[in-house]
Structures are given as structure tokens and as C-alpha cells.
Design a protein around this ligand. Structure first.
Ligand code: FMN
Length: 207
């Protein structure tokens, strides 16, 4: 299929307007939209075509609360690693929209999948995790095309979260995602706007 300038323009808009979202509206996400996000992950690349990502859609209030409590405890610990003004700046950041987001997805990587027969991961076993990250990013872009925001929450104890969600023992937490309609649109990362970390161009050199 030969793609056109219209495709490139549409992709550019999706890339420009994709954000990590921490402020969500409570509107529910319709099941057909969730089905399309799941299908988007089916298109993601993976090492040896192993497709090691395993998704838990966390609906139970008890389990969601366990994740929220874990985030709050880990975030408080993380704040203590900073001093003075930087700690105040850290504490002023909103680093997850777990309470408001209508959808929580816990995305795990199966560490010993039969699929793929080990192809491509003998020398770099971390490729399984990277494959899951590729699937998450595919979902992230597909969600933006559905006018939904995604927030990646990494300030969590992965083992405690796996336990709270009764995950299979050889599943490793790769990402915990909040999904829903964003409270506002932005073409600039919030951490840039908040003066925590300015955007920089990709470092790229010819050698
Ligand atoms: C692997 C990964 C983990 C992240 N974890 C968090 C997190 O725990 N909390 C948060 O607020 N943002 C998190 N982010 C979002 C980044 O802060 C964000 O991508 C970056 O500031 C650039 O902003 P943008 O995604 O809106 O372009 C994470 C992003 C990635 C890729």
C-alpha cells in the first residue's frame, strides 16, 4: 500500500498531540473503543513475533485502590530523594491520574513465552520487555487517534502491584496505564510546561 501526504499529515497530528495525560474526565470509555485499542496492540512488532504482552483491565475497586495506595506510598518515598526547592517542585507535580481515569490497564511481560521459540532474545533477553513497550506505544498512538489520553504510571512497586492483581508468577509489570478523555489538549509535554524538564531534540549524529 502506497501511503500519501494525507496519511503523513494525519500521523504528524497524532504524534504532535499525543501527551502523557494525568488529568482525566470521568466519562466512561465505550467497549467498542477498548476493543479497537486491543486490536491496535495486535499490530505491534515483537521479538521473534513472541507477543509477550499480557493485559489486565483492572475494574475492581479493591484492586484499583491497592494500586492507588501503592503509587501514593512510592511517590512519597521518591519525593524524599530530592532536597529543598527540588522536592517542593516534585511535590507540586501531578504524576498520575489514577483516581479519575475511567480505565486502568496493567501491562505485563511474560518472561518465558513459548511463542517466538527464543528467536532474537538469546543475547538480549530484555527484548521481551522492549516488545511490550512497543505494544504500549502502539496503543498510546491508537488511543490518541480515538481522542483518548494515556498516562503511563511507573512510580509503583512492580511486585506489590503484581500481587495485588493476582498476576501469573512469570509475568513482570512493564507499564501501568490510565486511559480516558483528557481534561485538556496540549502540544507540549506537561513536564516541559512545569519547568521540570525542558524538551530536547533527539541526539543524532553521523559517524
Ligand atoms: C516508560 C515511561 C514511564 C513513565 N512514567 C511516568 C510516571 O510515572 N508519571 C508521569 O507523570 N509520567 C510518566 N511518564 C510520562 C513522561 O513523563 C512523558 O512521556 C514525558 O514527560 C514527555 O511528555 P509527553 O509524553 O506528554 O510527550 C512516563 C513515560 C514513559 C515512556
Amino acid at each position: 500500500m502506497e501511503l500519501t501526504q494525507a496519511h503523513r499529515d494525519a500521523l504528524q497530528d497524532i504524534l504532535l498531540w499525543r501527551r502523557d495525560v494525568r488529568h482525566f474526565l470521568p466519562d466512561p470509555v465505550p467497549q467498542d473503543v477498548l476493543d479497537r485499542l486491543r486490536k491496535a496492540m495486535d499490530f505491534a512488532p515483537s521479538v521473534g513475533n513472541a507477543r509477550p504482552w499480557r493485559v489486565l483491565h483492572v475494574k475492581s475497586t479493591k484492586r484499583r485502590n491497592a494500586v492507588i495506595q501503592n503509587f501514593e506510598a512510592e511517590n512519597a518515598k521518591a519525593a524524599k530523594l530530592y532536597q529543598d526547592d527540588q522536592r517542593a517542585a516534585y511535590n507540586a507535580l501531578k504524576l498520575a491520574g489514577l483516581r479519575e481515569a475511567p480505565v486502568h490497564l496493567a501491562i505485563f511481560t511474560e518472561t518465558e513465552p513459548d511463542a517466538g521459540h527464543g528467536l532474537g532474545r538469546q543475547t538480549m533477553p530484555e527484548m521481551l520487555n522492549y516488545s511490550t513497550v512497543a505494544a504500549i506505544h502502539t496503543l498510546w498512538l491508537a488511543a490518541r487517534a480515538e481522542n483518548l489520553g494515556v498516562g503511563w504510571v511507573s512510580i509503583l512497586d512492580p511486585k506489590a502491584v503484581a500481587q495485588a492483581l493476582d498476576a501469573v508468577p512469570n509475568w513482570q509489570l512493564t507499564g501501568y496505564l490510565c486511559i480516558g478523555k483528557a481534561a485538556s489538549d496540549d502540544d507540549t509535554p506537561l513536564l516541559h510546561r512545569n519547568a521540570w524538564q525542558a524538551n530536547a531534540m533527539t541526539k543524532w549524529q553521523e559517524i
